[in-house]
Design a protein around this ligand. Structure first.
Ligand code: G4P
Length: 535
């Protein structure tokens, strides 16, 4: 490449990266994630995509349909990415199923984003799944913007919500706007940054934009417009915030220490547009990513890692799609890359992008983008590929399983298929498989982050491998990996003989406990032994 051509191509890369925002939305079921996603898509003009978001959520909830394998492929498609443009920016929204189909996939997706939006229901505050997902974001200190939803309904007092965020999540909460009244008396928000009052008016659900009138807090008309009581309360709140509230600091936001808080109502389109604007202004574009040999800059030669594998997405092709997050350089169709784990060269001939059920071949992509690769059997989760030299991104952690079940092969003649299926599903990351020892139990044990993974695995073993299984839920709730080998094991003092020991796919020893108390007992009574939460 000539020097000029090379400079032009570097400029293009920098421009493309600067306009990208790769993010996920985390929330507890029913907080309004689907509604907010739809509204973000509507504002960006991606109307068709917006329609399909709700459709797919409903499909996910239709349990009878869900058991149909094709329908369950529908579930998984939602956990990839939506790409759309807004005001010259390219947004990659990686979906994290946070509902019944909560699984390790959900967590891993958070390893591939640069920021996250946390949606809370104003009447519920922090709920269990919000907390779990937040903790995963915290592992990487990624920036989090918070949208407190459903302001049109009665909710907690805003200061209580901020306090809860700070106490439960241990992150500073910096309000960017402030609600005026709540429930039926909700009148709008005061934009603390721009010192404006955005007035809320109830509109038909789903209409594109709620009318917004703007005036200033010092406007003498304020009391006239909001009413004497609301105007007074607002002035008091704003005074209190200026003394006791957390102020937003962009640097602290970028390292995950402070979250900007926006109040609004997704269903009523209230505050969504300003929120989307804040996402563009505040959320970072893709940046350098840690590898085992130091940080890889976005303008280094092409590199990326696999964060998700989905087998048999298209039942007619029975193929396996590996989802790649691009970290550096320009990705081109047909490019030859080094595959770090095997040391082999691969040609990426069929890169695809998904729109609902449709797939489309792509010619090029940039850091922050997600590309589906159809290279049978080549990849496992966490693999790094790069155009130049050995690069290896930091490993994607395994997450702590909380649900356990034994899996029995019903038809012994299918012995081989049974083990092949378990092996492949584990490789794909759908489930962890543990083999118990020193007990009467001989059937393999499935360990999962979300309960629904058992049903998914059982249904897939039947439909994809022709293997019928019986699943038996087990009472264990905690798994701890024991550092060291069998010598360590023989000296451990156990709380009771109900603790089950097993080996994982890498032959590491895992102990399964049925209460937190048992785990604590082990830690306290075996000071020299390390009990790790992940393998
Ligand atoms: P999720 O993806 O986080 O599970 O939540 P989703 O968006 O599906 O929203 C859950 C419910 O909350 C939906 O009602 C939705 O309409 C409602 N909702 C979302 N945003 C707001 C809001 O700002 N104000 C109010 N009042 N409600 C909101 P649903 O009856 O369960 O479903 P649907 O019949 O509307 O689909």
């Amino acid at each position: 490449m000539s020097q000029i051509a090379e400079r032009n191509s570097t400029d293009t890369l920098h421009d493309e990266v600067a306009r990208r925002r790769t993010f996920a939305i985390i929330s507890h079921p029913d907080a309004g994630k689907t509604t907010l996603t739809e509204k973000l898509l509507l504002y960006s003009g991606a109307v068709e995509l917006a329609g399909s978001v709700r459709g797919r959520k409903n499909q996910r909830h239709a349990t009878s349909d869900w058991m149909e394998m094709e329908q369950s492929r529908g579930i998984s498609i939602t956990s990839t990415s939506l790409q759309f443009d807004y005001q010259g920016c390219r947004l990659n929204l990686l979906d994290t199923p946070g509902h019944q189909d909560f699984s390790e996939d959900t967590y891993r997706t958070l390893m591939a984003v640069d920021s996250a939006i946390m949606v809370l229901d104003a009447a519920k505050g922090i709920e269990p799944q919000t907390k779990k997902l937040f903790d995963v974001c915290r592992m990487r200190n990624i920036p989090i913007l918070t949208f407190i939803n459903k302001l049109d309904q009665p909710g907690y007092y805003p200061l209580e919500l901020l306090d809860e965020i700070e106490q439960v999540l241990q992150i500073e909460a910096a309000p960017m706007n402030w609600p005026i009244g709540d429930g039926v008396d909700f009148q709008g928000v005061y934009d603390l940054q721009h010192q404006q009052v955005l007035r809320f008016s109830r509109t038909e659900h789903g209409s594109r934009r709620a009318p917004v009138e703007v005036s200033s807090i010092d406007d003498p008309k304020l009391a006239e417009v909001l009413g004497e009581g609301a105007a007074k309360q607002l002035r008091e709140d704003v005074d209190l915030l200026s003394v006791a509230g957390t102020t937003f600091d962009h640097e602290r936001f970028l390292t995950g220490k402070v979250s900007p808080i926006f109040f609004g109502s997704a269903l009523n389109n209230f505050g969504v547009e300003t929120f989307l604007q804040a996402l563009l202004d505040l959320a970072p574009p893709p940046g350098p990513r840690g590898s085992t040999s130091g940080e890889v800059d976005i303008d280094a030669p092409f590199s990326g890692f696999i964060f998700k594998i989905q087998a048999n997405m298209d039942p007619q092709h029975r193929d396996r799609i590996a989802f790649l997050r691009i970290c550096s350089g320009r990705f081109e169709k047909d490019m030859a890359v080094n595959h770090q784990r095997s040391g082999k060269q691969l040609r990426l001939t069929r890169p695809v992008r998904f729109f609902g059920r449709e797939r489309e071949t792509i010619e090029e992509a940039f850091p922050g983008d997600v590309v589906g690769l159809i290279n049978p059997g080549a990849f496992i989760i966490g693999d790094t590929i790069s155009a130049d030299g050995p690069v290896e991104f930091e490993a994607i952690p395994r997450f702590q399983p909380e649900h356990f079940a034994s899996v029995r092969n019903v038809n012994v003649a299918k012995y081989k298929q049974f083990h092949k299926a378990l092996g492949q599903l584990e490789e794909e990351g759908a489930i962890q498989v543990l083999n118990p020892f020193g007990s009467h139990r001989t059937d393999p044990i499935l360990a999962a982050v979300g309960e629904l993974q058992f049903e998914v695995v059982q249904a897939r073993m039947q439909s994809e491998y022709g293997v019928e299984t019986a699943i038996g839920r087990l009472p264990y709730t905690h798994a701890r990996w024991i550092a060291g080998g069998d010598d360590v094991l023989s000296n451990i003092t156990w709380p009771s003989n109900t603790v089950l020991r097993a080996r994982d796919g890498d032959d590491h020893i895992v102990a399964l406990f049925s209460s937190e108390w048992q785990v604590q007992y082990c830690i306290e009574n075996n000071p020299g032994v390390e009990f790790r939460t992940v393998g």
